[in-house]
Write a protein that binds this ligand. Structure first.
Ligand SMILES: O=C(O)CCC(=O)C(=O)O
Length: 310
């Protein structure tokens, strides 16, 4: 049975209308204004050292309390574990090194909306991808003592042909809801590798013990943000219990997100959130369209002034 494209276009037009109306009170910044607003937010949320880390190391860690209070991470973990009992798990199993995967969590509980809209990590996303960034995934990873190592990779791999541009096209926001230690199978990174602008060579993929690779040990309540070109992976988990992580990757405006967020966005979700939420859902992006064509607001919103923070 074919999808009813006429109905799909009508539904999408309705959501875009609601999303565009939000912009009347909260316009999206353009050009130099985008840079100035971002600078103000970097100061407001005290993020200068994290920005320096993103530039030099390719990743930054928000310590407990900076993204959200630690209790919020307990709520996040408990919600993920509750959903894991009833929701269909992704086909990628523990043998991949990702653990048990739960995809497209955003519409299933408002706690994920709250994480997405948390100002400090969102400001780091804006620094890397601009104000038109879209959410690409809302995925939980649950790892137990069977979780093997996750090969070292860059998130741009398989999405962008190399060589990659210096400016990030994709970034990862990882919410750490259980302590990251070696035994718990923490994420590991190759600091500075985002500047190589190329995928991880085959002989390095399982090189977790190389001296260039750093294991990111950090307490529950931390959030890690990294550039899409950063070489990273995870070491195997040996401890009992579970490592529970929420991964919220984002893409720049011109990239197709991995998950289709406008298809699961409701008018209520648009109404209860700032205009930026609709942008993250892809509803302010000119593309894609069906027979309805692009909206006038969509055309006016296209990034045209040349600022990387638009
Ligand atoms: O949390 C992990 O184990 C690694 C996740 C990862 O590499 C990714 O999301 O790209």
């Amino acid at each position: 049975m074919a999808i009813d494209a006429v109905q799909l276009a009508a539904d999408l037009m309705e959501l875009r209308g609601l999303a565009n109306a939000k912009l009347e009170d909260e316009p999206m910044p353009n050009g130099e204004d985008a840079g100035k607003r971002l600078q103000a937010d970097i100061e407001r949320y005290d993020l200068k050292s994290e920005i320096a880390d993103l530039e030099t190391k390719g990743y930054a860690i928000l310590p407990p309390g900076k993204a959200k209070p630690v209790e919020f991470f307990d709520r996040l973990r408990e919600t993920i574990l509750r959903l894991a009992e009833t929701r269909r798990h992704g086909e990628l199993g523990p043998a991949t090194g990702l653990g048990t995967t739960l995809f497209h969590l955003l519409p299933h509980d408002r706690v994920f909306e709250e994480a997405l809209m948390a100002p400090a990590p969102l400001t780091l996303v804006t620094y890397l991808l601009g104000y038109r960034a879209k959410l690409s995934q809302s995925t939980a990873l649950i790892k137990d003592s069977r979780a093997s190592a996750l090969g070292i990779h860059a998130d741009h791999s398989g999405k962008l042909p190399a060589p990659w541009p210096n400016i990030a096209q994709y970034c990862n926001v990882t919410w750490v809801t259980t302590d990251y230690t070696r035994e718990n199978g923490a994420v590991c990174v190759w600091p500075g590798s985002h500047r190589f602008c190329r995928p991880v060579p085959d002989d390095i993929v399982m090189g977790h013990d190389r001296e260039e690779v750093e294991v990111l040990e950090m307490p529950k309540g931390s959030v890690v943000v990294w550039h899409g070109s950063l070489w990273h992976g995870a070491i195997p988990r040996t401890a009992e219990g579970q490592r529970v992580t929420l991964v919220l990757p984002h893409v720049r405006d011109h990239i197709q997100p991995q998950e289709i967020y406008w298809a699961t966005t409701t008018p209520e979700m648009i109404a209860r959130n700032p205009a930026r939420f609709s942008t993250l859902m892809g509803l302010h992006c000119t593309n894609p369209w069906i027979q309805d064509g692009p909206t006038q607001v969509g055309l006016e919103m296209r990034p045209v002034t040349g600022s990387q923070f638009e």
